[in-house]
Ligand binder design. Structure first.
Ligand code: GUN
Ligand code: FE
Length: 454
């Protein structure tokens, strides 16, 4: 029987690896009714689409064919490996503050508001819509400490069609009483409850999964870290996220609270929280020893170049080239509230800027990142960090169709991206990456479902 579904025809760009960007002026991609990529033909004659579909056992009559218009490009959806959903409405506040001061003054009072489920529903709906609109098809979200609000966030991701890791944030100390879990037991109980809820709404974890989320060691009693480590051991499918070596202020406070350790890698490893499913945000200050531990344990790094240089992140360009050279997984994080922008395109640009600053301070040893490389970090690299690279990240056949139709001309054009008729495809792509915004994100698909435009 002939297959049904959608087909896209036109220019497509995706990463095959960190160093290989595939640029295809005229490709055909078909999506089956399960939302998976069924076929990817790299060079097609636009006049022969019906025949090509026939050859793929797709009946052209049963398939919706999307011909990209001039100036449009199909790219994989963006992956945001580190995002605080409750900080959606506080973005822009407290820029330049040091991390612990910023948490106390700005973030904890704001996140405490998510005790109110109505408030949570309103802000989280706007947050998920906002990230989808800018093409973030997968996000690894921190929730607040509240169980009910965290379940609401997971429900909204599923309902609105965003692929997401969603975590109840664990905090039992070093925050005001009004924003702490009632006890270690309660912190772990609510976590288990959120895990069960997310498994109940998406049993196969097709779109939404729980991610264990100790905010950072400073806010967790040893017993909480131990309890979360035990949950991780019993549930090897669950990802884990935390903040890691973000800023000197934070690292010093961590070592004072855990004097038995001399570095954060040993600390988190001791509690069973470092492994191939771990997503470590920031990683600005790394010793040779910790680099080796992250590589050996196969942890992923969520590089947050905007917040690293604006809020509390030590105002530091993290050693991304060094991570990549060592084969440590790296993706990009917007960090939502922790910077001047939660645009993943801005995160790509800032990653380039930060890496070029690092090139200077490393006396040329750590080369700055290219456009191709930051695009890789925002797509396939992020998929690896989230443990989803067999499912998403590029246009490999069998992966889920998580994709963006980028537009640069006519009604798709914002004020920034100006494309001329004789621009080649790579030029259009570069202009989009360096100057584009959500106006250029014309359609967004997750698992084949249109979540914007389409
Ligand atoms: N460390 C602990 N909590 C946070 C947070 O919300 N944002 C950032 N940037 N760092 C943190
Ligand atoms: Fe963060």
């Amino acid at each position: 029987m002939a297959q049904t579904g959608r087909a896209f025809v036109g220019p497509m760009i995706h990463s095959l690896s960190a160093s290989e960007l595939e640029i295809l002026p005229s490709a055909l991609l078909t999506v089956n009714n399960s939302g998976e990529i069924a076929a990817f033909v790299r060079n097609v004659d636009p006049q022969q689409i019906k025949e090509t579909l026939d050859g793929l056992n797709f009946s052209p009559d049963l398939v919706t064919i999307h011909h990209l218009t001039p100036g449009q490009i199909l790219i994989p959806g963006f992956v945001d490996t580190h995002n605080h959903a409750p900080q959606w409405a506080q973005r822009g506040l407290g820029q330049g503050m040091h991390i612990l001061d910023w948490l106390d003054a700005i973030t904890f009072p704001n996140e405490a508001r998510f005790r109110d489920p109505d408030y949570a529903r309103r802000i989280y709906a706007s947050c998920v819509d906002g990230f989808l609109r800018q093409g973030i098809t997968t996000a690894s979200y921190y929730g607040s400490i509240h169980g009910e609000a965290t379940k609401i966030l997971a429900d909204l991701c599923l309902e609105k069609g965003q692929r997401a890791l969603v975590g109840k944030c664990n905090m039992t100390r070093n925050a005001p009483d009004y924003y702490l879990d009632a006890s270690v037991e309660e912190s772990l109980r609510v976590t288990e409850d959120c895990i069960a809820h997310i498994r109940s709404i998406d049993p196969a974890g097709k779109l939404v999964q729980h991610v264990l989320t100790p905010r950072f060691a400073i806010s967790c009693d040893a017993e909480v870290l131990q309890g979360l480590g035990a949950i991780a051991r019993n549930n090897p499918d669950l990802p884990i996220q935390t903040h890691f070596n973000e800023a000197e202020q934070e690292m010093k406070a961590t070592m004072e609270l855990f004097p038995q350790f001399t570095n954060e890698a040993d600390l988190y490893e001791h509690y069973g929280l470092l492994g191939k499913r771990s997503i470590l945000a920031h990683c600005c200050y790394m010793t040779e020893y910790e680099m080796e531990r992250l590589k050996t344990l196969d942890c992923g790094v969520a590089h947050c170049p905007i917040s690293n240089m604006t809020v509390g992140g030590g105002f530091m360009a993290a050693p991304i080239r060094d991570f990549m050279r060592r084969g440590i997984k790296v993706g990009l994080g917007t960090d939502s509230g922790g910077g001047f922008s939660s645009s993943i395109l801005d995160a790509m640009r800032q990653a380039m800027i930060a890496s070029h600053a690092r090139e200077v301070t490393s006396k040329g040893e750590d080369k700055g990142l290219s456009i191709d490389e930051v695009f890789y970090l925002a797509t396939l690299g992020g998929a690896q960090v989230c443990g989803l690279n067999e499912k998403i990240g590029n246009f490999e056949v069998g992966k889920a169709f998580d994709a963006i139709v980028v537009g640069t001309r006519g009604a798709d054009q914002g004020v920034m991206t100006v494309v001329e008729e004789d621009d080649n495809l790579k030029t259009v792509f570069e202009k989009f990456i360096m100057t584009g915004d959500d106006r250029n994100i014309v359609q967004v698909y997750v698992q084949g479902r249109a979540v914007k435009g389409g």
